[in-house]
Write a new protein. Structure first.
Length: 256
């Protein structure tokens, strides 16, 4: 199996297989590659205005007309992949799209253009910081959704709602971890971990963490969420009996 670089320019048919009114071929690569490809394909004087639809003729590498349609140019970094992107919207016949794809591959072969692997456009969006891992997974979830609820949940996650909720809780847990590590590493500093909530130098409420995680799970029922959190709590037996944190846990073990 060949090993490809994530910096290779790539191209693929971006619409579903089969016949349709419109078929899209997407190229993604460095700005120098896409700019050069536009001039090679449409003519040395061609300049496509970013994010505008341009009506153009699509020809093969010998100059023979294949189809006519729209060309859209998205320069880096404001594109789906974070690289420069060129989309050609032609008629959606499978034969026409394959002919157009092959002619593009032949034209760009000398510059390293290759066929994109499945999901590689989304992978590059993740690698280039356009989306996070949760949003990348939401793309597949939205495509594969079989119910309205699943589609709406995937759409919210793709919009970043799910990630924002998780990151907010995660940031608070990182602060808690930092405080615990400071207590363990610098005992001579006399950091008092038994401070009341109002005296702790940042907003810290462990029961709220569990409540927030439960709320996130309830609002995103169509996603697979972590089913447990492993943690250790040191306290007295009397506090253990009435501790509100434990009421938020479905399973826990004791070591006394």
């Amino acid at each position: 199996m060949p090993i490809y670089s994530d910096r290779d320019p790539i191209v693929a048919i971006a619409t579903a297989s089969g016949r349709g009114g419109v078929g899209i071929i997407r190229l993604s690569g460095s700005d120098s590659f896409i700019s050069g490809f536009i001039k090679d394909y449409f003519g040395s004087q061609e300049k496509l205005k970013p994010r505008y639809a341009h009506y153009r003729q699509f020809k093969d590498d010998r100059g023979v007309l294949l189809d006519e349609g729209l060309a859209l140019y998205f320069p880096t970094p404001r594109s789906y992949t974070g690289e420069s992107v060129l989309e050609l919207q032609a008629h959606g016949g499978p034969v026409v799209l394959q002919m157009l794809l092959h002619s593009i591959l032949r034209l760009g072969r000398s510059a390293g253009l290759r066929l994109a692997e499945p999901g590689e456009f989304t992978k590059r969006a993740f690698l280039n910081g356009r989306i996070d891992l949760s949003q990348a997974e939401a793309v597949a979830d939205l495509i594969d959704a079989t119910t309205e609820g699943a589609a709406r949940a995937a759409s919210r996650s793709l919009n970043g709602d799910f990630s924002k909720s998780i990151h907010a809780v995660g940031d608070q847990i990182i602060e808690l971890r930092a405080l615990i590590e400071a207590i363990l590493d610098f005992p001579e500093e006399e950091i008092d971990f038994t401070l009341s909530p109002g005296e702790i130098p940042f907003e810290f409420n462990l029961p709220d963490y569990f409540s927030q995680l439960k709320k996130i799970r309830q609002e995103n029922p169509d996603f697979t969420v972590l089913t447990g959190v492993e943690c250790g709590l040191q306290t007295t037996a009397s506090v253990l009996k009435k501790n509100t944190v434990l009421s938020q846990m479905e399973e826990f073990d004791f070591i006394i």
